[in-house]
Write a protein that binds this ligand. Structure first.
Ligand SMILES: N[C@@H](CCC(=O)N[C@@H](CS)C(=O)NCC(=O)O)C(=O)O
Length: 217
């Protein structure tokens, strides 16, 4: 096998963060677009939990956590310094990402699919999610990105989830008091890096010709 293979799903925020890091690093991978309701057998064989993204490297090592895929790509090339070198900031970055993944994401799911959780109102679930928005807003009041003057791993790992939150009720988000967060999201969504990882691909079938995620020029 010449190139690593990425199993991805266009709209999945975990897959988006992996694709962002792959694109930033310039590492070329083969892309296999997955439909979650019809996961390919090849993906299930690689990873029992069969979530996306999953990356299989050229030595057939399987990486089935999005953050590990980000770090794997950036360890090969990190031209914009997303990984940072200052231990304190690395710890802060990990803490923010972990809060996003373990605390905010479940709140986001209940907010997004409030009709599936009728015990509470949509406003209740949104207020739970806002706890994390408040943390991010405070960070972004101090600097244009979460940990520095430039985007780093935490920004790239977290903003696909804030995008999803904002899209649940755009009018509410735009009127919300999170001014710095709104501006941050607007800037990140406009990056060619982001628009470049949102191309549409047809569902992968085993007999399909190889599709490269990015061709370097
Ligand atoms: N911790 C995993 C979570 C990945 C995840 O949950 N992805 C979702 C799609 S957004 C998924 O594959 N869900 C499995 C399913 O819906 O069957 C990671 O960071 O990669």
């Amino acid at each position: 096998m010449d190139h690593p293979i990425l199993y991805s799903f266009r709209r999945c925020p975990y897959a988006i963060r992996a694709r962002l890091a792959l694109r930033a690093s310039g590492v070329q991978v083969v892309l296999r677009e997955v439909v979650l309701a019809d996961k390919p057998a090849a993906l299930r064989q690689l990873s029992a939990k069969a979530t996306v993204p999953v990356l299989v490297d050229a030595e057939n090592n399987v990486i089935d956590e999005s953050l590990d895929i980000m770090r794997w790509a950036l360890r090969q090339s990190d031209p914009d310094g997303w990984l940072m070198s200052d231990n304190e900031r690395v710890a802060e970055s990990q803490c923010l990402i972990s809060t996003n993944d373990t605390e905010f994401k479940p709140c986001l799911d209940r907010y997004k699919y409030a009709d599936r959780f009728p015990e509470q109102s949509v406003e209740f679930y949104r207020a739970q999610a806002e706890v994390f928005l408040t943390v991010l807003e405070a960070k972004l009041t101090a600097s244009p990105y979460l940990l520095s003057e430039c985007p780093t791993l935490a920004d790239m790992a977290i903003f696909p989830f804030i995008r999803q939150f904002a899209n649940v009720d755009k009018a509410w988000f735009e009127k919300s008091p999170y001014r710095h967060l709104q501006a941050w999201l607007t800037v990140l969504l406009a990056l060619p890096l982001f628009t470049g990882v949102m191309d549409k691909y047809a569902q992968w079938q085993p007999d399909d010709p190889v599709v490269m995620f990015q061709i370097l020029h």
